[in-house]
Ligand binder design. Structure first.
Ligand code: AHM
Ligand code: MG
Length: 336
């Protein structure tokens, strides 16, 4: 019997992986490494609370409404503050943006400003918290476009997905994972709670060639355009058959799409003419990851990566997953 004594993957912590990636960029200054490191730390803090949500008094609503008019859950506020406080003083960032804040978030004057921009959805899918269903954190990093040394501006934030330097998510599910890409493929790390470290568990994630699932809120069927209805009917009669799965937490739905293959979509409908998902906080980073894993992401009429956002909270219809499935919706919508 031969024993595999190659322990290298098990012994690859997220920190080591981030540093290895940095080493392959000869002029990297270590700043991006620092940002990813702080996000991983924020993820551990948030995971500590999400896994105890039913026990602690932290569960429940914070009593205010966010810019989208939705209930703000206490954990949303905690997640937002964790990321802000782990980032504000580092000197890495020029400006931040959060799905929970209407305007850009400047770096406090007492701290230095840096060359990157961080956008985050602190706790996506938070309406699922009360039901013990997976939720997540999504983040995007851009390089600022305005000159160094001054506070970042909206111009630094309103960039298309094609300019993303790094993006990823944390999913708080049956285990906590961090999945990210710096444009060199996608890797996933699972938190080992006994040692408090993220370990490389999903190396070089690629969408499987044979799609397994489609994922959409079917409850909206009668609000969709005929093209989206036709597309959904087409998926239902796909050969070989594709199963339907929908959690209602984008992070978890896209995570499953990445690992199992298929398509996740949130189209425009008569209630939400631009779809529900926010371009900068949800659609751009997740579509960057899907494309880095070999898939394609579309608005239904063209590539998401080329869309330049007009404002911080712009919404955008999104279809992402295996290329042949996503291209099919473009065809149905073009015929509409
Ligand atoms: P949130 O940012 O307020 O949590 O809303 C975004 C979530 C996504 O995670 C998910 O894909 C979508 O809303 C589900 O919406 P619906 O309940 O309309 O299917
Ligand atoms: Mg969200």
């Amino acid at each position: 019997m031969s024993i595999d004594l190659n322990f290298d993957q098990q012994l690859t912590t997220i920190e080591r992986h981030i540093l290895d990636e940095q080493a392959s960029h000869p002029d990297a200054s270590g700043t991006l490494t620092g940002i990813l490191h702080q996000i991983a730390l924020a993820g551990k803090l948030i995971a500590k609370h999400t896994t105890r949500a039913g026990l602690a008094d932290i569960i429940g609503r914070a009593g205010s409404t966010n810019v989208q008019g939705e209930d703000v859950q206490k954990l949303d506020v905690y997640a937002h503050r964790s990321i802000f406080r782990l980032m504000d003083h580092t000197g890495y960032l020029a400006v931040m943006g959060s799905e929970e804040e209407e305007d850009l978030i400047p770096i406090p004057e007492k701290f230095p400003v840096g060359k990157y921009v961080l956008l985050f959805d602190p706790l996506d899918g938070s309406s699922n918290i009360d039901f013990n269903v997976s939720i997540g954190t999504i983040f995007t990093v851009f390089k600022r476009v305005t000159p160094l040394g001054r506070p970042g501006t909206l111009e630094d934030m309103l960039q298309p997905a094609s300019e993303i330097v790094a993006a990823g998510y944390l999913v708080y599910g049956s285990s906590t994972m961090m999945v990210y890409s710096t444009g060199r493929g996608v890797n996933g790390f699972t938190l080992d709670p006994s040692i408090g470290e993220f370990l490389l568990s999903h190396k070089n994630i690629r969408l499987p060639e044979r799609p397994k699932y489609y994922s959409v809120n079917h409850g909206n069927y009668h609000y969709w355009s005929p093209g989206v209805q036709k597309y959904t009917d087409w998926l239902q009669s796909h050969e070989p058959p594709i199963s339907m799965r929908y959690i209602g937490s984008m992070v978890a739905d896209v995570h499953r799409t990445l690992l199992g293959g298929g398509v996740f979509y949130y189209p425009a409908d008569t209630k939400n003419p631009n779809g529900k998902l926010r371009m900068l906080y949800e659609v751009a980073p997740m579509s960057f990851l899907v494309e880095q894993a070999g898939g394609y992401a579309s608005t239904g009429t063209g590539a998401i990566r080329d869309v330049k956002p007009a404002n911080l909270h712009q919404r955008l219809p999104a279809f992402m997953g295996n290329r042949e499935l996503v291209e099919q919706v473009e065809q149905f919508l073009a015929e509409e």
